[in-house]
Write a protein that binds this ligand. Structure first.
Ligand code: FAD
Ligand code: DLZ
Ligand code: SF4
Length: 511
């Protein structure tokens, strides 16, 4: 029986379940399709990264002797969608069964689940065992719990995989979490460590030319292009990160520095999410580096927590809560997305910086995503769907399973507390402490009202005042409302007037 094995752009792993038991006569199908490249207007760097990595992966399979049907975007016969390309292949190859690995997006799973009926062919949807917690295991962990806190899930994962666990079952170093040693403000004159670069292959050059022509109207610059596009190249980046950059990862995890997009972050998320690197191999290598005294414990544990903890946890939440999760909007936030998210002019140096990094690299680091663009969207009440579309399209690592819980849940508190116990709202003072942005800004983080007051300050208080009914009972916000109530009526109305003026300037494009 001949099988058609579909491999999606984010399934580029030799160990993929859809490729297990590959037999002579089977065909691997990979297709670049316009529908996937434009259902949100992805950053050109993300499209080029995925198409080049797909082409390399296909070439590696061909070299190993497998039959691959690779459909390029500009192939005149390309019908433009995953469904119609699977249909075309099923018909022309007289296939009896389609084998796939479950996709990372609910939308794509719905699509796959319809194929058996609409295409009249058996479809075998296999679990994605590259993740370390299956959707069933996560559901079991979540079952009966009032609160689904990442920290407790993470401890279970550490025990299950015996990562940073001593033979007697206790956490290495005696603690589960070393965050008290992490998250320092930026050191003076901090710069990003250098990164290794790769020689561009002919495959990559072709893709860059094609993407440059086809997607020039999408937000973001295509070149210079710095991504690794083969497993070999991503392994080089991983090893280089562990040796040179990881030792200071924890210390400056939350720091933000003008002109420095990467600092000590790994830049590995796009590779992990596309399947070029596997989460378990990364955690094992990082643990080995700690045990060989090459990386301190706070850095190793902090990094492993991101991958073994946060990454698996957000994926668990996504599949546990979908499809209803996508419809949540706890604060009924509907304000249109201001132009400055798309590179329009703004005097807010922090936003300008985060958006510039995003445009140039299809990347900004976690704290910029959470505490700058995310925090602004939260306290300004920006439309949750538009904000999610923005995050999904502009970052090279974005797929709905990871983007949605992070944006809707973590940054916007749009799920009302499924993922976080309180909104990550912050005033300009937090950004001033963790960055050197404010010194070069038109606004002053110390001022609450007036034309040069930092917009984050009044919006912060206005957000809590506006949403008092929904937040007052939250046990983790004890001081917010008592502080607000201590403000004089004049101060309160001054803040509200300031917030109104900020919204007006935002809508006029002069903020
Ligand atoms: P590092 O800081 O080096 O972290 C190491 C790794 O840990 C990352 O590569 C990633 O695999 C994992 N990780 C860290 N934090 C998270 C997290 N919160 N959720 C899942 N994995 C995590 N991450 C994505 O991969 N795709 C997204 O679409 C995405 N959207 C986000 C949207 C918002 C609003 C926020 C606040 C965060 C988002 N994140 C997303 C999480 C995080 O910001 C990125 O994983 C990280 O910035 C990627 O850069 P890095 O590889 O240098 O990460
Ligand atoms: C993100 C993306 C893009 C830009 N293009 C393709 C494509 O042409 N072919 C493909 O198989 N997948 C693509 N993807 C990824 C999918 O849109 C989707 O996000 C994931 O496969 C869900 O797991
Ligand atoms: Fe951002 Fe406010 Fe600082 Fe300006 S003053 S950089 S707007 S936090």
């Amino acid at each position: 029986m001949n099988h058609l094995r579909l491999v999606l752009a984010d399934q580029l792993s030799a160990s993929l379940s859809a490729l297990a038991d590959l037999q002579a006569g089977d065909v691997v199908l990979m297709c670049e399709v316009m529908e996937e490249a434009t259902y949100v207007r992805h950053h050109p760097k993300k499209i080029a990264f995925l198409f080049a990595a797909m082409r390399h992966f296909a070439a590696e399979l061909t070299d190993k002797g497998y039959k691959v049907r690779y459909v390029t975007l500009t192939d005149p016969d390309n019908t433009g969608s995953l469904t119609t390309e699977v249909e075309r292949a099923v018909k022309s190859l007289a296939v009896e069964q389609v084998v796939v690995t479950e996709p990372g997006e609910y939308r794509v799973r719905q699509m796959m689940q319809s194929w058996q009926k609409t295409l009249g062919v058996a479809v075998d949807i296999r679990p994605d065992d590259r993740f370390l917690s299956s959707t069933e295991q996560f559901a079991r962990w979540a079952s009966g719990k009032k609160q689904l806190r990442m920290e407790y899930f993470y401890r279970e994962m550490r025990k299950a995989y015996r990562i940073l666990i001593e033979p007697d079952g206790t956490p290495t170093g005696g603690q589960w979490n070393y965050d008290k040693d992490n998250r320092k403000p930026p050191a003076k004159s901090m710069v990003s460590p250098s990164r290794i670069s790769h020689i561009k292959s002919a495959i990559l050059e072709d893709v860059l030319k094609m993407v440059g022509k086809q997607f020039s109207s999408h937000f973001g610059t295509l070149e210079p292009f710095h991504f690794a596009v083969t497993r070999q190249q991503t392994l080089l980046e991983l090893d280089d990160f562990i040796v040179r950059i990881l030792p200071h990862f924890g210390d400056y995890q939350d720091a933000m520095v003008k002109g420095e997009a990467f600092l000590n972050h790994s830049l590995l998320s796009s590779y992990i999410n596309a399947g070029l690197l596997l989460p378990l191999e990364i955690c094992r290598k990082v643990e080995a580096a700690y045990r060989n005294n090459r990386v301190p414990l706070n850095a190793a544990e902090g990094f492993i927590r991101q991958i073994l903890g946060w990454r698996e946890y957000v994926r668990g939440i996504y599949w546990l809560k979908m499809p209803g999760y996508a419809e949540l909007n706890f604060f009924e936030a509907t304000h249109p997305l201001p132009d400055f998210y798309w590179g329009g002019k703004t005097g807010m140096a922090c936003i300008g910086e985060a958006v510039a990094h995003t445009r140039e690299h299809a990347y900004s680091h976690h704290i910029q995503r959470l505490m700058v663009t995310g925090n602004f969207a939260l306290i300004a009440g920006l439309d949750v769907k538009r904000v999610q579309d923005w995050y999904l399209s502009v970052y090279s690592d974005a797929y709905e399973w990871v983007e949605m819980p992070n944006t809707l849940g973590m940054a916007l508190f749009g799920d009302g507390g499924v993922l976080g116990s309180k909104p990550y709202a912050a005033s300009g003072k937090y950004i001033d402490k963790m960055s050197n942005y404010c010194a070069g800004c038109r606004y002053d983080p110390q001022e609450m009202t007036g034309p040069t007051a930092c917009p984050f300050n009044a919006l912060y208080w206005d957000f809590f005042a506006r949403n008092r009914q929904k937040l007052e009972a939250n046990q983790r916000l004890p001081f917010v409302y008592s502080t607000w109530d201590k403000f004089s009526p004049d101060k309160q109305s001054g803040i509200k007037d300031q917030a109104r003026s900020i919204f007006k300037r935002m809508d006029e494009g002069t903020l």
